[in-house]
Design a protein around this ligand. Structure first.
Ligand code: SF4
Ligand code: SF4
Length: 221
């Protein structure tokens, strides 16, 4: 088994990631350190809506915000970093610096759907991603280079706020999920709609609107 296959196997079978892709650090040069050779894109499947829950409160130094899937991803990504270091390489978990959707599409994890999310062939858009940057040199995975949406417009039609104003682009001003912490400015109408579309299981938590994902034929879970 070559190094790339061994890393994929370890990530999936030992760490419990569901999707793994490799792209060259050169293709994301402005986001990585000079020593980086490869960006590993790793993802988990959202098999319950609680993966997407956000928990928040006003802390001493401002708003404390935790996305459940980020906590799960971080635990696995740090283990992958430790493994890479144990076998002699540099590795760093980069959850925020790398543009994850861009990197995922370069790494063949999926392609952009009309709802602006990455669609993976096996799991649809119900994957949540993170990245590990390393100096391991492996053959990058080829991009998917396919439009999986083809003639489908289900998500465009299903959005109650017409937020998918043109295919592949969601207008954050019209999407209720812009109100999740840290919230962005949106119109009164969007605030009103968020009361129906965002679930609030407890005083300090929220589960985002998933309509444009739930209607997608690639999302079978
Ligand atoms: S998350 Fe909800 S409001 Fe936002 S684009 Fe999708 S369906 Fe529309
Ligand atoms: S619902 Fe249809 S158009 Fe929207 S992302 Fe899924 S396949 Fe693409």
């Amino acid at each position: 088994m070559n190094l790339k296959d061994a890393l994929r196997d370890y990530s999936i079978n030992e760490l419990g990631f569901n999707v793994i892709g490799f792209t060259s650090a050169d293709s994301l040069k402005s986001y990585v350190d000079a020593w980086a050779k490869t960006v590993v894109i790793a993802g988990i499947v959202v098999w319950d809506e609680l993966f997407d829950a956000v928990i928040y409160r006003n802390g001493r130094s401002g708003l404390d915000v935790y996305y459940v899937y980020e906590v799960i991803l971080a635990e696995k990504a740090l283990k992958l970093c430790m493994h890479l270091r144990e076998i002699g390489f540099k590795a760093k978990h980069e959850p925020y610096r790398i543009p994850l959707k861009v990197a995922a599409s370069k790494a063949g994890v999926g392609c952009y759907g009309k709802n602006s999310l990455i669609i993976n062939l096996a799991y649809g858009s119900k994957i949540r991603l993170t990245s590990v940057v390393t100096n391991v040199e492996v053959e990058p995975d080829p991009p998917l280079n396919e439009d999986l949406c083809r003639g489908c417009t289900r998500c465009v039609e299903a959005c109650p706020l017409n937020a998918i104003h043109e295919p592949y682009k969601v207008d954050p001003q019209r999407c209720v999920n812009s109100l999740l912490p840290p919230p962005r400015e949106v119109s009164e109408g969007v605030v009103e709609a968020s009361k129906r579309l965002i679930k609030r299981p407890t005083r300090g938590s929220a589960i985002p609107c998933m309509i444009c994902q739930n209607v997608c034929p690639y999302n079978r879970l």
